[in-house]
Design a protein. Sequence first.
Lengths: 454, 286
Amino acid sequence: MMPNPHELAIHVDAVSKRFQLGSYSEYSRLTEVATQSATSWLLRKLGRSRASSSVSHSRRGDDRFESDGFWALRDVNFSVKQSEVVGVIGHNGAGKSTLLKILSRIVTPTRGRVGVRGRVGSLLEVGTGFHPELTGRENIFLNGAILGLKRSEIRRRFDEIVAFAEVESFLDTPVKRYSSGMTVRLGFSVAAHLEPDVLIIDEVLSVGDQAFQRKCMGKATELGTQGRTVLVVSHNLAAIANMCSRAVLLDQGLLVADDLPSKVIERYLATMSALDGVVHWAEDQAPRSANVRLRSISIHGTASDTPTPQVDIDAEIGVTVEYEVTTPGTINTVQILLKDESGIHVLTTANAPSMNAASDPSFGSPLEGGVYRTQCRFPPNFLNDTRYFVSVNLGPELGKPTISLDSVLSFLVHDTGAMRKEYLGSWAGPVVRPRLAWSTHGPLPSDSDLSGNT
Amino acid sequence: MSSPASQHEPLRYYGQPDPFGLKQLVEGWRSRELLYSFFLRDLLIRYRQVFIGVLWVLLQPLLSTLIFMGLFFILGAGNAGATFRYAPIILIGMLCWQLVNNSLRDATGSLVNYRHVVTKIYFPRMLLPLSSLLCAVFDLLVGSVLILPLCWGLGVSISWSTLWVAPVAAMGLIVFCFGCILWLSSLNAQYRDVGYALPFALQIGMFVSPVVYDAQRLLPILGHNWIWLYEANPVAANIGLARWAILGEPFPSIAGLITAYAITLILAISGLAWFRYADQWMADRI
C-alpha cells in the first residue's frame, strides 16, 4: 500500500484533529482560561493513559463528541503521488474542510503529521485578503503575495491576470466599488495564475454561475494534466468523476474508501442515500437540538407506507420527517431542500402557511411533547428521472435551523414512460420535468380585424 | 528523476520542532516579499481618502511637541529660552513614544482583524504584526527628519560626535516593540481582553516613561540609588540614550541600561518562542 516515498507529493500520516467545543472558539476571558487550563493540566497529569486511548475508542463510529471536544478527523492515512488528481467527498461535517485546512497548514493536527513536496497552493476562498480600500492593481499584488507568488511573477503575469478577469478599465478603482462578480473574477484570476506543485482546492471556490464553476474545474483539470498534484473537495460528483484519477471518501472523520472515483462515488451514494429510502436514528445517536430530536426521515411513493429509494415519475413523492418534541411548548418548523447530483439546488420548501398548498397548523404554534410526523408531498410528473438529495432543516424559525442535515437521504425518480409517449429522446439535463398546462388558441382574428374593431 | 524541480525537493513535514522559534525568522525572511506587500497595504490604507496624506507623519509628532511646549511654557513661568531648549527633548521623546504606541496599538489587533485571512490560508503569521511594526518604524524615520531643522531653528546645539548612538537607541526600542507585539498579537487572538487593556497600559506607559519630561527631573525624587530601576524600563532607557546621543543630555544610568537591554532580549526571545507555540492553535481559536 505504501508507495515509494520519492514519488509522494502528499503524505497524510495518522492524522487526527480534535476541536474544543465551547468557550475558546468564542471570545475567551483570561480568568476562565487560567482556571480551566490549570484543571485540564491536572486532569492530563492524572489521566494521560485515558486520553491517548480515546482515538481508538471513538472509532466505533458515533462518539466523535466528547464532553468538551469533537474529533473532526480520526486517524486518517493516505498519500497522493505526484501528478495525481484526487477528489475528496463526504457529507457536510465529515471532516473534508478540516483535512484541507490541515493540508494547507492553516490548522495543526492534534496527532499525526502531514508532509507535502514542493510549493503548495491552497485555494479555500477566492480573493483571500482583498482589501476594499485598495485598487484592483494593488489587490492583485497583495492577493498574489498572500497566495505565495513573488512580485516578479505577478508582474510577469499581470496582463494575463487582468485580461482573464476582464477588469482592465477598473484597475485603478478601489475594489469596494467593484460589483461582487468583478471581485470574484479578479480573485479567481489571480488564483488561476498560481503555478504550484501541489494545488489544494475547496469547492467553496466554485461559487458563482455555472460558467464560472466550469472555468474553475477546467483550470483544475488543466493543472492535473500539467503534471501537478491536485486535491479537490467537491459535492459535485460528476466533476469528481470526470477530473479525478482517484477519490477518497470521508465519513464522520474516518477515511472509509480510497479507490477509483466511480467506485468511491457509488459507495458514497450508498452510505448517504440509505438504500431502503429511510434513515432511522437510535435515540442516543439522533441529531438533536435542545428541544427536538429527530427519529427518521423517509421517502414514500403514492399512497404507500413502505419507504422506498425509488419512486415512479408519475407518482406523488412524500418526504416524511419524524421527530420527537422533548420540551413541551416548543415551536418548530420543518424545511426541506432538494439538490440534484451535481449539487444544484433545485428547490426549498417549508411547512409555512404561505408556502403550503395544504395546511399545517403545527407551524409556528407551541407543540406538546411527543412524536410528530411532518410530511411534504411533491406532485407527480414534476421531477426529472434522476437522483435527488434531500436536506432537512428543523428549528424554531425558518432560516435559523437548530438541526440541519445536508443531503441526508437520496431517491431516484424512475421514468415509467408516462411522460414520453410522444418523445423517445433523452431527458438528461433539466433538473425538473414538470407537466405544465399547455394550450393553443386559434386561429386568432387577424390584425386587420383587430384594428377594425377599435 | 527527470522533470520538475519539486521532484528533487524532499517531502517536507509541517510543524518541525522549533523550540525557540528561530526557524520562524528564517521562514519570515523567505517571505519578505509578502511582508513588503502587507507593509505597503497598511501604508496605503492609512492614507486613502486623506487629503494631506503623508504629511500627517510629520504633523503628528510636531503638533504634540507644540502642545507640550505650550504647557511647559505656561507651567514653567513663561521662560522662553528654557522652553526652546526643551522642544527637541520633547520631540525625541514623542517620536520614540509614537514608535512604541503605534506599533503596539496596530500590531495587537493585526491578527484578529485579519482572521478571515488567517483562517483561509497559511503564511508566516508573524508578518502581520511585523508589518504594523514596519509602519511605525517608517513613521519614526520620516519623523526624525524634523529633529535637525527644529534644533537649528531654535538654536539648540547638536552633539555630532555621539549622534551615531541614536540609531542604536532606535534599534533597541524596535527590538523591544518586536518582543511586545509577538506576545500581544498572539494573546489577543485568543483573549480579546488584551485589546481592551492595551490603551490603558499605553497611557500609563507614556507617563512612566520620560516622554514629555526628562528623566533628570526624577533624580531628586528617586535619588541615585533608585533611578536605575526607573531606567530599567526599556522605553525610558532608550529615550534617555537617544537624548544623550543627539542633544548631549545626561547619560542614563549604566545599571538601568543593562537591565533594560536584558529585558528587551528576554521579551524578544520569549516572544518568538511563544508565538511559535501559539501559531499551532491560532486558526482554531482566533
